[in-house]
Design a protein around this ligand. Structure first.
Ligand SMILES: *Cc1c(COP(=O)(O)O)cnc(C)c1O
Length: 423
């Protein structure tokens, strides 16, 4: 597959007159078409709801677009809850899937009427003590341990992950919750990350549906929803085929009809909490080449750094790069593309074959729409970039301004010289 950016050189040259690089830009058309496809893929399930994982991209303008397609918000912190409330998502529109949860976050989630998804057996008691009485609807996160295998091998390692209840704890927990007055139960599980295959959700669903039937039979719990959580991936590298969400939806339907319907559980709602799949491909980091350096290797220095996109530094993740205006040029130069942090892992690409890059060229770093800007930090006192929306009509809207020094110093207002900084 050839990865083509959703913006071209002419557009970027126009945009930088108002908004200097680096910035993240998002593709409204792509976000909408994908959200519509997700909605249609699961339309067979009456209660279906996608709770967008806010942590993947906490920009309210973007989440508001998803809201038009019926999406709710999956939150895991106080500020994510506050953000959801601010855009009008409360009550059943919020799934609170957190872990190691502070008491005040349970209190606030409960105040908003969010559906709470417990990460641990001990949180049943903790929640009860914190809010007085367990809510009528409660969900538990399941972790079967071991490894998660699919036809193409081991996908992930739940046995090593900090999340969720064990099988035994889940059965015990449902009994206790039922005794304590919980009326509607949910099961949640997240067993593999960034799966680029149409098999993941159907396989996970099969496992959870079989578990749900057993749980209902053994504990008498009224299971009203099953939350497949996130983990549906995107192809970061050009050699991979994107997931087909319609095939995924059909795959889940098939196991639903095989397992839940015959068990008399044909009214169970399917929930998802996708982050990456909803937003990842529809964001890009645009940066300018400002230096070239020839030492033991060939380096291109750009005006963005790991503060703007941490995944390469943190996970060694691949992000495809297009040099604007040189889309058809031969990739005959081997570069490390670096940012300016005093950290040798601040590289967007290592030994990457690219067209020859000249100072002033604009680089599009692909697939930054999820876990991109959101993971930003302020190391080296670097400031976070602006976020722009490329609207359907081709116009560009500022949806988050770039940080300024005064923002960075805001928490030092106890120190005189930073008090009234005007920059
Ligand atoms: C991170 C996360 C998600 C989203 O994961 P993606 O891989 O971005 O789809 C969903 N639910 C929970 C609880 C998460 O922590």
């Amino acid at each position: 597959m050839n990865k083509v950016p959703f913006v071209n050189k002419e557009q970027i040259e126009e945009i930088v007159k108002t908004y200097p690089t680096p910035f993240h830009i998002y593709d409204e058309k792509g976000i909408r078409a994908n959200a519509q496809a997700v909605k249609e893929a699961f339309a067979w399930n009456k209660g279906f709801k996608e709770y967008f994982a806010v942590k993947a991209n906490p920009n309210p303008f973007l989440i508001q677009i998803l809201r038009e397609y019926g999406c709710g918000c999956d939150c895991s912190s106080m500020t994510e809850l506050m953000l959801s409330k601010a855009i009008g998502a409360t009550g059943a529109d919020i799934m609170f899937s957190s872990n190691d949860t502070p008491a005040e976050e349970f209190v606030y989630a409960n105040e908003l009427g969010a559906t709470i998804n417990l990460d641990d057996f001990t949180h049943i008691e903790f929640l009860e003590k914190t809010i007085g009485k367990l809510p009528e609807t409660l969900s538990c996160r399941y972790n079967p341990g071991g490894v998660f295998k699919m036809s193409n091998g081991i996908m992930d390692n739940p046995g090593d992950s900090k999340y969720g209840f064990t099988t035994e704890q889940l059965f015990e927990g449902f009994k206790i919750m039922k005794e304590k007055g919980v009326k509607n139960f949910g099961i949640h599980s997240f067993l593999a990350s960034n799966t680029v295959t149409n098999e993941y959700y159907p396989m996970l669903a099969k496992q959870l549906f079989e578990l749900a039937v057993k749980l209902r039979d053994e504990t008498g719990a009224n299971i009203t929803f099953i939350n497949l959580s996130g983990g549906v991936g995107i192809p970061y590298t050009p050699d991979k085929e994107p997931n087909d969400i319609r095939a995924i939806g059909e795959g889940v339907r098939k196991v639903y009809e095989e397992i839940l319907v015959p068990a008399g559980m044909g009214d169970v709602a399917i929930y998802t909490e996708m982050g990456r799949f909803m937003m990842g491909p529809y964001g890009a980091l645009v940066t300018k080449a400002i230096h070239e350096k020839h030492t033991h290797k060939e380096y291109i220095g750009v005006d963005a750094c790991a503060v703007n996109l941490m995944r390469p530094a943190m996970y060694g993740a691949y992000h495809h790069i297009t040099v604007l205006g040189k889309e058809d040029a031969e990739c005959n130069c081997k570069y490390d593309v670096t940012g300016s942090l005093c950290e040798n892992n601040d590289k967007f690409a290592i030994d990457r074959m690219l067209p020859q890059i000249d100072k002033g060229d604009y680089l599009v770093i692909h697939d930054t729409g999820a876990h991109g800007f959101a993971m930003g930090y302020n190391y080296n006192g670097k400031l976070k970039s602006a976020e722009l929306l490329l609207q359907e009509d081709g116009g560009v809207k500022l949806i988050r301004r770039a940080e300024q020094p005064k923002d960075y110093f805001a928490t030092l207002d106890c120190f005189d010289i930073f008090k009234d900084l005007d920059k």
